[in-house]
Design a binder for this molecule. Sequence first.
Ligand SMILES: NC(=O)c1ccc[n+]([C@@H]2O[C@H](COP(=O)([O-])OP(=O)(O)OC[C@H]3O[C@@H](n4cnc5c(N)ncnc54)[C@H](OP(=O)(O)O)[C@@H]3O)[C@@H](O)[C@H]2O)c1
Length: 353
Amino acid sequence: MTDVLRVGIVGAGGYTGSELLRLCQGHPRLSVEFVAARDNAGKALGDVLPSVLGVPELAGRLLERFEPEQARNLAGRIDVAFTALPHAASAKVAAALWQQGIQVIDLSADYRLRDAEVYERTYGPHPHPELLETAVYGLVELHRDALRGARLIAAPGCYPTSAILPLAPLLANQLVELEGIIIDAKSGVSGAGRKPLPSTHFSECSEGLRPYKVAGAHRHTPEIEQELGRLAGAPLQVVFTPNLCPMTRGILAVAYARAKPSTTLAQCVEAARQMFGSTLVHVLEEALPDTLWVRGSACAHVAYRIDERTRTVLAMCTLDNLAKGASSQALQALNAARGWDDALGLPRIAMFP
Ligand SMILES: NC(=O)c1ccc[n+]([C@@H]2O[C@H](COP(=O)([O-])OP(=O)(O)OC[C@H]3O[C@@H](n4cnc5c(N)ncnc54)[C@H](OP(=O)(O)O)[C@@H]3O)[C@@H](O)[C@H]2O)c1
C-alpha cells in the first residue's frame, strides 16, 4: 500500500460526488487525481461546483476540468475510484474500473443487493450480476471483517442506513418481534440528487411535508429487509414510509417494533452501546436526535424509548444523507477496507447551527 492513495471520483459534479471531493480534501491518506462527469465533461470544476473556487489544487491546476466518465486505462492514474452515478450506469462504470484492478466504492444501489432476482424486480436488469457475490455491503458497523481488503464495496443507501442502524441491536439481540416493524423516515431534498425535478422545485416543497412511494413501493425496502433479515437470522418484512421534508440535508427515521415480553429500555440502549462501541454511531440516552446535530458530520445518532402502554420500542436515528448516508460512509468503508481508523479524515462535529 502506498502512503497516499490516488482517488478518482466519477460523477463528481453531483451531490454525493461533490461531497466526496470535499471530504477527500480533509483526508490525510487520499489525493484526488481524477474527476469525471457525463454532461459536464470538459467543463471547468469551478463552473459546475462553485464550492471549489479558491482551492487552487482543485479549481486551478491539477484538476482543472471534468474528464469524460468512460473509464479506460485509469489503472496507472488511480488506486481507488468512487462511482456516484444513477443506478445501472454506476454498475457499468464500477465494473470497468474493478476489472482494471482499481478498488471501487460504488454509491449507487447497484451492488447492495445480494440476490440478482431481487435487484431485477426492484431496479431492472443488472448489467453485471456476476459481481454481486464479490461486492461487500459497506456498513462498517455491521460488516467490518468482510470489508477488510475488499476491492468492490457497495456504499449503503441513505434511508437504509437510517433504518438499519437503530434496529440492528434490537434484532441481533432478540429484543423485538420480527413481525410488524414499521419505519417512518423523513429525508431532506438533496436525497433526490442535483437534477431539478418538479417535485423538488423550491416552491413546491419548501413549506410542505409529504409521503411518497409508500406501501412497499420505495426501492430501498428490499435493501432494508436484506440487512435486517440477516441480523435476525430469518427473512422479515417491514413497512417503510419515506417522506420528503423541506430541508436540504438530513434524515430522521423512527422505527416502531413490538417489544418482547421481558425487554427493557436499558437492554435496548446497552445492546446499541455494545454493537456500536467506538464507531461513528453515537447512542443518545437523555436527548432525542435532531438532524441539525449531524449535518455535515460523518456520525449518526441513535436513541431508544419504550411506549409501555403498547409495549412498542421506538428506535430513532438521524444522519446526514450526503455524509453518513452516502459519501462519508463510503470513505469510512474505504478506511475499514484499508485497516485504518473508521474516522480517519472524517468530520465528527456537525455544522451547527
Ligand atoms: N443524494 C443522496 O442523498 C444519496 C445518498 C445515497 C446514495 N445516493 C446514490 O448515489 C448516486 C448519485 O446520487 P447523487 O444524489 O449524487 O446524484 P446527482 O446529484 O444527480 O449526480 C449524479 C451524477 O451522475 C452523472 N451521470 C453519469 N451518468 C449518468 C446517467 N446515465 N444519467 C444521469 N446522470 C449521470 C451526472 O453527471 P453530469 O451532471 O455531468 O451529467 C451527475 O452529476 C445515485 O445512485 C444515488 O441513488 C444518493
